[in-house]
Design a protein around this ligand. Structure first.
Ligand code: EPU
Length: 354
């Protein structure tokens, strides 16, 4: 095990923010975690688990010991009459894993194509896109308790998945409803994730952008591969590629309101984009709210609001003059204030501010 000191994290966060890790250990095997825990000084240090770095805003050098997850491998684990059970190690890039499952003839993840980040980070925020969330295909995961070194597994209920949320986004004081476990943020390192993919595959085409593709192409019964291609094309058209323009995907969650609140907003803003949910509440498009407040293209320092999707904050300075985490947070706060003043809604950030 090697402890790297003062290592730049710029290549390891999708915003491309130039912060450093005071100490970083690469985790390529479970033995690497055990070696950290066997060292008294490292075992006692607070820890920060870094996956693909696509959902974080670094506001300064990272003081906790960074455990950079580089666990690799993916495999067929088993099957029953209805499902294939497929596993990937936490350090596998998410999109490559999705493409590989399709190549193997196991569809089901295609709507989540091209989401940046790693397999291990996917359950942390219950990634989702175009009508499918990770929890819809999730079977279980393995993790290592960073206090005791013990391995454990969690099923979906134990992960306490919510919209862009799970037990891994909450500290010990914030256990999630439905889970027996305490909040696991900083307390556990996910090593493997297993997915349950239905043999009786059905396309998920409810999302507006996919319906439009169907109409445009005249393809009424698309294959999983076709949906994969459509999702990639839709994302490339409206979301910035982090390899070109640094960003962390959607910066705010889409808020939910009561039907009464929604009716009140429609009364004032008839065009507000809203979707009724199964539980009777109504989801509003945060991107629309931010756009309506005139934020598209605006900046604070080198942090800006993406021109094609107001929900995405971007690093306009590139690698040479990157935005700082402070600029991103200042911009995000200004957006929150203006959306609150106009609509009475407090937007909740999606990425973790470190
Ligand atoms: N809209 C605007 N102006 C904007 C942005 C959006 O008017 O600047 C409108 C759009 O026209 C559309 C609506 O808002 O009517 C929703 O926009 P979009 O379809 O782009 O989806 P979203 O709600 O902004 C969510 C997820 C994305 C995911 C897409 C597709 C969240 C926070 N974001 O975005 O996830 O890819 O749906 O399923 O739920 C991510 O989490 O990082 C992410 C990219």
């Amino acid at each position: 095990m090697m402890v790297e000191q003062n290592l730049s994290l710029q290549p390891y966060n999708s915003f491309g923010i130039a912060a450093k890790a005071q100490r970083l250990v690469r985790v390529a095997s479970e033995a690497d975690v055990q070696a950290v825990l066997a060292d008294p000084a490292l075992a006692a240090a607070p820890k920060f688990v870094l996956g693909g770095g696509s959902n974080i805003v670094l506001t300064g050098d990272v003081k906790p010991l960074v455990l950079k997850v580089e666990l690799k491998g993916r495999r067929w684990v088993g099957e029953d009459e209805r499902h294939w059970l497929i596993e990937a190690a936490a350090g596998e890039p998410w999109h490559d894993f999705v493409a590989w499952t399709l190549d193997q003839g196991w569809p089901g993840l295609e709507n989540m194509a091209l989401i940046p980040g790693s397999v291990g980070a996917a359950p942390v925020q219950n990634i989702g896109a175009y009508g499918v969330e990770l929890q819809d295909r999730f079977d279980s995961l393995d993790a290592i308790d960073l206090t005791t070194g013990r391995s454990f597994s969690l099923n979906a209920a134990q992960c306490a998945f919510g919209y862009r949320d799970s037990i891994f986004k909450h500290g010990p004081q914030q256990a999630r409803g439905g889970s027996q476990h305490m909040g696991l943020a900083g307390k556990a390192l996910i090593t493997r994730v297993r997915f349950k993919l239905a043999k009786a595959w059905r396309p998920e085409l409810g999302y507006q952008d996919l319906l439009r593709r169907q109409q445009e192409t005249g393809v009424t019964h698309p294959t999983a591969r076709q949906i994969f291609d459509w999702v990639c094309a839709i994302r490339r058209a409206k979301l910035p590629d982090p390899a070109v323009i640094g960003n962390a995907g959607s910066f705010f969650k889409n808020p939910t309101v009561t039907p009464e609140q929604c009716a009140d907003i429609i009364g004032r803003e008839p065009k507000v984009v809203h979707y009724p949910l199964a539980d009777g509440s109504i989801k509003l498009a945060a991107g629309w709210l931010i756009d309506a407040c005139g934020w598209k293209g605006k900046s604070v320092g080198n942090a800006g609001v993406y021109e094609k999707q107001a929900l995405v904050l971007v690093n306009r300075g590139g690698a040479a003059h990157p935005c700082t985490g402070g600029e991103v947070v200042t911009l995000a706060k200004a957006i929150q204030t203006s959306v609150y003043e106009r609509f009475g809604i407090l937007l909740e950030p999606e990425p973790v501010v470190v």
